[in-house]
Design a protein around this ligand. Structure first.
Ligand code: CIR
Length: 264
């Protein structure tokens, strides 16, 4: 089994003040969110991840969503510069934790980049052009990663928070997509090599899945889409993330999963 690391962060006691873009504010039960997050972490551990758990920060409401603070590749890590001002201070502690595993490059102003907008599939890097990630952010990722052999492409995000709200990898050559939320032409076509699996129309938020090895960690809330994955022989482990979903979080958002060593 690969030696995988999962960086996570405890739920902030201030999560009620989280950023919200596409859903309206509902009360969040912090204790329940913590229990669900713990079960999620245990799920990652059960899939072979060694957890690196960062402490909660009462000044940073959204800090449980570590995915947005960095992008980790085999060779390097990028410390992001989140599009939401309230989230910028989240990157420091994550970058410090990442420094034990990777050389860390920092994304600087005027670039903005949320890790949730970066989908890496093999040597292809898709960067969502969203409200959180700007053109300068895309160009900076391109200039840092092209010399390492990655092909970096911008993808318009139409009405989702992040690219990975609308498309994620669920098998070596398969992507789960919500066609209404992003332009899927970058992934489609005979030469792309990707099978595109649509979310069930009743489950528009169902395109966010977390692939670890050959298992997909997936929200309990979307059984119809889950069946579509299982019908294709994809192994799915369901987790209940209902409280963090009220903060617009999905299953990829709450961890950064990567190989401990480049050679693994
Ligand atoms: C935010 O709006 O930034 C948080 N409330 C939710 C972030 C979710 N992260 C993600 O999709 N990668």
């Amino acid at each position: 089994m690969q030696n995988l690391i999962a960086i996570t962060r405890e739920v902030s006691p201030a999560i009620a003040r989280c950023e919200l873009t596409h859903i309206s504010r509902q009360a969040i039960d912090v204790e329940k969110a913590r229990r669900q997050h713990l079960a999620y972490e245990q799920c990652l551990a059960g899939l072979g991840c060694t957890l690196v758990r960062l402490p909660a920060d009462p000044r940073l409401p959204d800090s449980v969503f570590v995915e947005d603070t960095a992008v980790v590749l085999d060779e390097v890590a990028l410390a992001a510069r989140p599009g939401a001002r309230s989230r910028r201070a989240e990157t420091k502690s994550v970058a410090e934790a990442l420094a034990a595993y990777r050389r860390v490059f920092h994304i600087h102003a005027p670039c903005t980049l949320d890790g949730g907008d970066v989908l890496v599939v093999g040597s292809r890097v898709f960067v969502g052009m969203s409200r959180r990630t700007n053109q300068a952010g895309l160009e900076e990722v391109r200039s840092l990663l092209t010399p390492l052999g990655y092909r970096v492409e911008g993808v318009p995000v139409v009405s989702a928070l992040h690219l990975k709200s609308a498309v994620t990898q669920v098998a070596e050559r398969a992507l789960l997509v919500n066609h209404n939320w992003t332009d899927t032409s970058a992934f489609a076509g005979a030469d792309s090599g990707f099978e595109l699996i649509d979310v069930a129309p009743e489950e528009p938020f169902g395109a966010n899945a977390l692939l670890i090895g050959e298992t997909v960690v997936y929200p309990e809330a979307y059984p119809l889409t889950r069946r579509r994955l299982e019908d294709r022989e994809i192994t799915v482990v369901a987790v209940d993330i209902s409280e963090l979903a009220k903060a617009e979080g999905g299953v990829t958002c709450s961890s950064l999963v990567f190989r401990a060593n480049h050679s693994d």
